[in-house]
Design a protein around this ligand. Structure first.
Ligand code: AMP
Length: 415
């Protein structure tokens, strides 16, 4: 038997239903904020991620699906999509469009990570990017959008974690201070953090292997922000307070990608275990220029779709309660069955016409097996009168209804 590749999974049944419904809610929510879709390719030149996500990061060092194509170029299955959006911005001169440019995307990403609950090698990200504006108002708006998205999905037990990781001016100094403070503890660090000590010491702050006691004893980045970053962060917090978005300041939040500057945030859910970040994002004011564009500030966030589906299931908030209407009919009345099915489908419900045949009793059994909400029964007598029998499968009650009344009897239009 050939199985799925390790870390990849088939999404089917209830999961697939929740996935698509969730996607629709996400699309609808971001549409209201003025976001337009971008669909970048899955395959990019490896250099894109080396230059943007950063060579010292776990993603680039250990997790990329990189190979040489037949033309001898190094290509990579994207590990995230912000880099692609930034590349597209430069390549297609998006700076000529009205600013700030608001884009969203959804698609599969690939990381060669150790598979576990909530962590896969192929996973879907839905994300938004706001490009071309450095106002802290946008940081607050993007965080509130992230929160609204989660709320619109009916998610509970949510927390926004917020931090500022400074900019090119102030971060180098903090890195030095951090290295000094970590020096006496170097031998206690895990193997990855020993390496990070030299390449990317900030990452040590959010390493799950290091003790909280050590992390909490280290100097806080927010005490080392330059005037500009400090003022920016103060305004972000002020706007979030104005919008009544609850957040927690967390000095250990640094995120795993090098391109972030100033604001970083995550929305976490109590329903996810160790991998509890439902979505993560932040500001990236140098990314576009590092990819060869003009100075263009930007920010965004990405949601892991699989984690969303898991939370929705854990909460039991979505049971895929699509109304399914089964159509049973006597032999020879196929035409009536087709016409009833199209009336039901046009009203937005799922209609399944029986294809196994047999007595009406047998067809009703098929309907039960499929968990139908209603079965429409078309018999000779009813067909002549322009009526049908409508059986409510849950209440086990049956009555004769006029075809014109059918949709309202089922529950009105399913928008
Ligand atoms: P990141 O691109 O690392 O900022 O991640 C953003 C979001 O993508 C996370 O909050 C997760 O929901 C999701 N995510 C990241 N890596 C994985 C993975 N390996 N498997 C499933 N979801 C992931």
């Amino acid at each position: 038997m050939i199985k799925t590749v390790r870390g990849c999974k088939d999404i089917y049944g209830e999961d697939a239903e929740i996935f698509r419904k969730t996607e629709n809610v996400l699309r609808e929510t971001v549409r209201k904020y003025g976001f337009k879709e971008i669909i970048p390719p899955v395959l990019e030149y490896s250099e894109l991620f080396e230059r943007s996500v950063g060579e010292g990061t776990d993603i680039v060092e250990k997790e990329m699906y990189t190979f040489t194509d037949k033309g001898g170029r190094s290509v990579t299955l994207r590990p995230e999509m912000t880099a692609s959006v930034a590349r597209a911005y430069v390549e297609h001169h998006f700076e000529t469009m009205p600013s700030p440019l608001k884009l969203f995307y959804i698609g599969p990403c690939f990381r060669y990570e150790k598979p576990q609950k909530g962590r896969y090698r192929e996973f879907y990200q839905f994300g938004v990017e706001v490009l071309g504006d450095e106002s802290p108002l946008l940081d607050a708006e993007v965080i509130s959008l992230a929160y609204e998205v989660a709320e619109n999905l009916g998610l509970e037990n949510l927390k926004v974690r917020l931090n500022s990781i400074g900019c090119k001016k102030c971060r180098p100094q903090y890195k030095k201070v951090l290295q000094e403070a970590l020096k006496p503890h170097y031998d206690e660090l895990c193997e990855d953090c020993k390496r990070r000590f030299y390449t990317n010491p900030l990452r040590i702050l959010d390493c799950k292997k290091e003790k909280d006691e050590l992390k909490n004893s280290l100097p806080k980045i927010t005490d080392y922000l330059c005037g500009e970053c400090k003022e920016h962060f103060e305004k972000v917090k002020k706007y979030l307070d104005m919008m009544n978005i609850p957040y927690e300041l967390d000095n250990t939040l640094v995120r795993g990608l090098d391109y972030y500057t100033k604001t970083v945030f995550e929305v976490v859910s109590g329903h996810l275990g160790a991998q509890n970040a439902l979505l993560g994002g932040g500001r990236y004011d140098y990314l576009i220029e590092e990819l060869g564009g003009r100075h263009t500030p930007g920010l965004g966030f990405a949601i892991g779709m699989e984690r969303l589906v898991e939370v929705m299931k854990a909460q039991g908030s979505e049971k895929g309660e699509e109304k399914l209407i089964y159509i049973a009919y006597m032999d020879g009345l196929e035409k009536n069955a087709f016409s009833v099915a199209s009336i039901i489908r046009n009203a937005g419900f799922t209609a399944i016409i029986d294809s196994k045949g047999g007595s009406i009793g047998k067809q009703l059994k098929h309907a039960s097996k499929r968990n139908a909400s209603f079965t429409v029964i078309i018999g000779e007598e009813e067909a002549e009168k322009g009526t049908v029998q409508l059986k409510d499968m849950k209440k086990k009650k049956q009555k004769e209804v006029e075809i014109e009344e059918l949709v309202s009897e089922i529950g009105g239009k399913n928008a």
